[in-house]
Ligand binder design. Structure first.
Ligand SMILES: Cc1ncc(COP(=O)(O)O)c(C=O)c1O
Length: 383
């Protein structure tokens, strides 16, 4: 049987990983500036994370959500503390799409309304409502098409205001990434996030902060949306939450009330995933990784801005996108094939950096040296 062929693959088989390194099946090491698509938050196979999961495996791997699982409460408390969202409630699931799906559904239950405001170029996942709120018709199946999503231009205050003036009483939620990832690293402005908070308050809508990629400390704050100084009603999380162990979740403001049966899942909140997520938070606290992300990100952004051949640099903390000057668009391929450095990509020739928050300064410098080498190599070829 063959695999269903939906991913354009790099012809590299990764079989081992540690910290910010991965190795292929031939023993070749690669520097991982991509973090397996923003998933690796505390470093590949971190010893504390491995031990926590191992210990949990020996105790109990799974039971259904029909019984009390103390480790879920432990995770909720740890999340309240690290996120600063003290009295928020936690619902656990398995992925980013599921987190957004549950967030949108909950907003609709809470308000009794159907309309959702999402933004141009947004990516929220591939489940039914999440994909409908994703601005990419090529991944929206006919069955997912709905008139309930209103796409507005990103960071456009006037468009937001006039949409709410016209149909605010029908809008259940506004969903927004703090930093758009797939779109090519575009940050929501402070004024825009504050305006979203205000229109949601004025019209009784729910502000959903999609923190799947930009959250979990990557931006230098626990949630990238926190840079605006206003709270969302629901934060969706996944990627960095388990450092590679599948887990997602939503943090829900106290005014949104639960009702039995409203949301549910078989695997969400299983003890293995909770153990992995607790290990991530413990390491983030012990190694001060949120602050580290801010500092290392500032260093990297500054260095990239001063690299000849780099046209534009965007982002915050360790969520960075940069574009190369004309003729250097293929630099990402040179980095991977010749210099053995993984990076990510995003729309319109953007190279995305999403390394582990625990990446060392030596590895950051190694990346910058590699980038300069790749640029020189390409410039020489062109002459
Ligand atoms: C902002 C954002 N939301 C949601 C998702 C979907 O997450 P998942 O692939 O875990 O379903 C992604 C994935 O890239 C994302 O970047």
């Amino acid at each position: 049987m063959s695999l269903f062929n939906v991913y354009p693959l790099n012809p590299i088989a990764i079989t081992k990983a540690e910290g910010s390194r991965v190795w292929d099946d031939k023993g070749q090491a690669y520097l991982d500036m991509y973090g397996g698509h923003a998933v690796i938050s505390i470093g590949h196979t971190h010893p504390h994370w491995v031990k926590r999961i191992e210990d949990q495996l020996h105790a109990i791997a799974f039971y259904s959500n029909s019984v009390i699982m103390p480790i879920q409460d432990e995770l909720a408390t740890a999340l309240n503390e690290i996120s600063g969202k003290k009295d928020y409630q936690l619902f656990l699931c398995n992925s980013g799409a599921e987190a957004n799906e549950n967030a949108l559904k909950l907003a609709s239950f809470h308000t009794g309304r159907k309309k959702v405001v999402a933004f141009k170029k947004a990516f929220h996942g591939r489940t039914s409502l999440a994909v409908a709120a994703t601005d990419n018709p090529s991944i929206v199946a006919p069955v997912n098409e709905t008139n309930n999503i209103i796409f507005l231009p990103f960071n456009d205050l006037a468009a937001l205001q006039s949409c709410f003036t016209e149909q605010g009483n029908e809008i259940a939620a506004v969903i927004i990434e703090g930093i758009q990832g797939v779109a090519g690293i575009h940050e929501a402005s402070v004024a825009f996030l504050q305006a979203i908070r205000k229109v949601c308050d004025d019209f009784g809508a729910v502000y959903i902060a999609d923190s799947v990629q930009c959250g979990y400390g990557r931006s230098g704050q626990f949630f990238a949306h926190d840079h605006a100084g206003v709270n969302a009603d629901i934060y969706s999380m996944a990627k960095g939450m388990g450092n590679g162990f599948p887990i997602g979740g939503i943090l829900i403001a106290p005014h949104i009330q639960a009702k039995f049966g409203m949301l549910g899942t078989t695997f969400g909140g299983n003890p293995m995933a909770c153990a992995a997520a607790l290990a991530v938070i413990e390491v983030m606290q012990k190694e001060n990784l949120i602050k580290a992300s801010e500092e290392k990100g500032n260093y990297l952004i500054h260095a990239l801005k001063n690299t000849s051949g780099v046209k534009t640099v965007r982002g915050r903390g360790l969520m960075i996108g940069f574009e190369m000057e004309e003729g250097l668009e293929e630099v990402r391929k040179v980095l991977l094939n010749d210099l053995k450095i993984f990076t990510g990509e995003a729309k319109l020739n953007v190279i995305r950096l999403l390394p582990s928050l625990a990446i060392s300064m030596d590895d950051i410098k190694l990346f910058l040296t590699g980038l300069n080498k790749a640029i020189q190599q390409m410039k020489q070829k062109a002459t």
